[in-house]
Design a protein around this ligand. Sequence first.
Ligand SMILES: C[S@@+](CC[C@H](N)C(=O)[O-])C[C@H]1O[C@@H](n2cnc3c(N)ncnc32)[C@H](O)[C@@H]1O
Length: 556
Amino acid sequence: MSHSTIAPPSAAAVPAVVNGITEASALPTSAAASTSDINSQTTAVPAVPPKRSKKVKRLHKKDIDDVLMRDIIDLRGHDHWTWDPANPAPFHNFEELEVTIGSLAQSGEGLALLPDRGDGWIVVVPFVIPGEKVKARVYRHNWGYSYADLVEVIEPASNRLTQEKILCKYFSQCAGCQLQHISYTDQMEFKKQVVDNAFKNYAGKYYASLPPVDPVSQSPLHSHYRTKITPHFEALNPKHQSAGVAQSVNIGFMQAGKRRILDIEECPIATPILNEGMAAMRAKVKENITSYKKGATLLLRESNPVVPGTESNDPPSTTKICITDHKASITEWVGKFRFDYPAGSFFQNNNSILPSLIGYVQQQLHLPLSPSSSESDVATTTSVEGDTNGLLGSSVSLNREIRYLVDAYCGSGLFGITCHEGFKKVLGVEISAASISCATNNLVLNKLSTETTAFHLDDADKIFAHIDFPADETALIIDPPRKGCSEEFLDQMVAFLPARVVYVSCNVQTQARDLQGLLDRCHAKGLPGYKVEAIRGFDLFPQTRHVEGVMTLTRL
Ligand SMILES: C[S@@+](CC[C@H](N)C(=O)[O-])C[C@H]1O[C@@H](n2cnc3c(N)ncnc32)[C@H](O)[C@@H]1O
């Protein structure tokens, strides 16, 4: 093999990992080739002195491997490696090791440091707890670290949940959940740390002046909360089919660390109606499996449409149904508000926590603008933790100074509509035509005036081009996709300078990076910038490593 193709840990060379699966296609061709070479290595610990030394450079922030690399550096205590390209991984193929877990990475995986292997090699093991001694089998190697399967927990941590308390029989095989083996309280602690680490690692010098991260707001439902699931299946192998070889079909989710689908009949984090739908869908796919030339991803989404009363004078009510057609319309209720949207488009997946998330966003939007604001200026809102009726049934008395709301990346209007009270005008911007037409329809469904609330189809990068709101009286909600805001978005934001910003994000690393980008831009222009009022996680994704971050900024 040619060692020259084995790259040191730069963003370009480190494969992107999605759901624990390395995407070979994300690699440049030579690096992809070298990865398979590494996998076929059978070398042991390098016997020769290290040949070269590399300092880890600033890595690409959007790459999950960069996030992992920072956790690895934290555990090693330094970011220098000596590395022997002739022996890139100090293990035999599929070697089994006994390791002690030193820390949990933000991916939810455990990290174990092996000081005697290579130059201090890290092994990444899923479904473990710091302090545990485990047996792990290495199966894939990157520069300075290897991925391993958990084979056995030899010495469990005292806070590991016993098997009967674990929700799902597929936990530790399925890639969907990472944290079912720890209590919900421990999950909240982990997620708070994830938020804090994101700002420590990606907010640069601004981290030092941030307020302490608030405790994570809990989800009312810890299981059966997901209103959307997307199981996959693969078509039968035509060669086996023509040879009459019996084949089973797996319909479910990706297996942890593998490129295989795990057959799953029931998912305990999905709502009951979705599990009913999954049983029916599985039966239908199995019945028709020979007609599929290719595999597919199925969609199951909960909808709560209004149904008329059975008798003529019965009031209408809602019922839960499972929708499987991407183009069909979903109806979802958030407190008193109704949202209709196409099944294939974006909507938050945990309805149970939306009232408290929105209550908090409302409260943050209306925080007083300056410490000198009098009591009477301060908005009256509900408490943070899930006062559903108070929040969504009450009106918000307006802080005197904030009168306009811009909802960037508005989707089908969730924040613009639920937070509209107390604003003179609300404008949402969204790039998906389907979502914008739903947002506009949702205005009508909720009997909101289209004179005061409007949704525009546009790129958020141009959001301020058509806005004539006074910046001093404008609050901005940002809720971008995982990749965060573009440079152009931040440029125009600094040109406009809204008085208040509430940034909601399903990726706290890009959120923290954007904070740095925003403050750097302000300082480059000699502007005082923004004060970070609060940073708080919301647990939209119980049992998984994911956390939604909400950050509030006030212009100085
Ligand atoms: C995380 S979702 C948030 C949607 C909405 N705020 C909600 O909570 O339902 C992000 C949204 O940003 C939209 N989007 C992505 N890129 C965009 C862009 N450049 N300009 C405007 N919207 C964009 C997506 O279509 C998606 O609806």
